[in-house]
Ligand binder design. Structure first.
Ligand SMILES: O=C(CCC1CCCC1)NO
Ligand SMILES: [Zn+2]
Length: 364
């Protein structure tokens, strides 16, 4: 199994400065300065664990390249690109960036493009793009939620334009709704977007089951909002009963996963309980489905996840699943987190999943 791996040190140089974690620091409001939640640590430490564990030796290193204006403008407006070229925030006041922010954002989007092209071209069987800044909230005309460019949407548009790929499924397992990718392709019946997320956590009032796509694309958006506190059992049921059946009905040529780890048990920006073994199971279900549906063509693009201690173990487990590793790195936190009360599927979670199953009938 040849697994491509994208990482670049410049991803760690994307400067999100000092907010009060999430909001601009402001002594008048009692908001003390603190490094932004979306800082380099969690992602840099994923890479370092991949190297230190030796997993790097089982991967095929792929070199990212900057996404061109042409590639970006397939998805974004010229005004948004101009904002990123001259500004210091992606557009929502909570997504700051320092000098050269656009250059690094281009490299993040270009890293997902490189991974997708390598998989489609058969250079590797599957791939993991450990990129930063994230992208799944970015809309055509603005960035938001720490996202500057819509990395995955830009990569989908690229392989459709240059590789003749037609049907692409994007599965978003970040704990926050994949609103940006959904918006870009809402009217397109040949791009399926499936988002599994904590209900109504971010963007506010977004990611409802009633968001189905529009026009010719009706049914091409599937949203699975889950209650706070959902753990490994709830996510496994969502994958088995909604996400994998959606992929089977859609029959993609390529699967791209928005791989966020903020559904993790220790994440500061959500309230779920998924563990490294839970993320491994999620990834394995998607990899297995891609193996049956599209010759294993699957790309994981890193999104959110903010605990610098635990995210490395969660992402490492996913990359091991891609590489077919049969002797996985033990999760030292397993005794704490895998046996938390409520890890199994709970009745109210089952209700949310059953309600989402009804969405499968309209997938184009
Ligand atoms: O991880 C993220 C960013 C979420 C935050 C953006 C502002 C409040 C929550 N999106 O996937
Ligand atoms: Zn997130």
């Amino acid at each position: 199994m040849a697994t491509g791996y994208v990482y670049h040190e410049l991803y760690g140089w994307h400067d999100t400065g000092t907010h009060a974690g999430l909001l601009p620091a402001d002594p008048r409001r009692g908001l003390q300065p603190h490094r932004h939640f979306e800082n380099a640590e969690a992602k840099r430490r994923v890479h370092e664990l991949v190297v230190v564990s030796g997993l790097i030796d089982r991967l095929t290193r792929l070199r990212p390249r900057p996404a061109s204006d042409e590639e970006i403008l397939r998805v974004h407006t010229a005004a948004h690109l101009a904002r990123l070229a001259s500004g210091s925030d992606a557009g929502d006041g909570g997504s700051p960036f320092g000098p050269g922010g656009l250059d690094i954002a281009r490299l993040a989007a270009g890293g997902v493009i490189a991974a997708a092209e390598s998989v489609v071209d058969g250079e590797v069987d599957n791939a993991y793009a450990l990129v930063r800044p994230p992208g799944h909230h970015a809309l055509p005309d603005t960035g938001m939620g720490f996202c500057l460019l819509a990395n995955i949407a830009i990569a989908v548009a690229a392989v459709r334009a240059t590789r003749g790929v037609r049907r692409v499924a994007v599965v978003d397992i970040d704990v926050h709704h994949g609103n940006g990718t959904q918006a870009v392709f809402a009217a397109d019946p040949d791009v399926l977007t499936v988002s599994v997320h904590q209900e109504r956590v971010f963007p506010p009032d977004s990611g409802h089951r009633t968001e189905r796509g529009e026009g010719a694309g009706f049914g091409s958006a599937v949203n699975v909002p889950l209650p706070p506190g959902t753990g490994n059992g709830g996510y496994a049921a969502a994958m088995a009963r909604v996400v994998v059946p959606a992929l089977e009905r859609f029959a993609p040529d390529l699967v791209i996963v928005a791989a966020g780890y903020d559904a993790g048990a220790t994440d500061p920006l959500a309230r779920m309980m998924v563990t490294a073994s839970g993320f491994r199971a999620i990834a394995s279900s998607l990899i297995e489905a891609a193996g049956r549906l599209c010759a294993g063509r699957i790309v994981f693009a890193h999104e959110g996840g903010y605990d610098p201690v635990y995210v490395p173990f969660c992402a490492h487990a996913v990359i091991e699943a891609l590489a077919g590793v049969t002797d996985p790195l033990p999760d030292p936190f397993s005794p704490n987190f895998d046996f938390l009360a409520g890890q199994d599927l709970q009745p109210h979670q089952e209700e949310a999943i059953a309600a989402a199953e009804a969405l499968l009938a309209d997938i184009p």
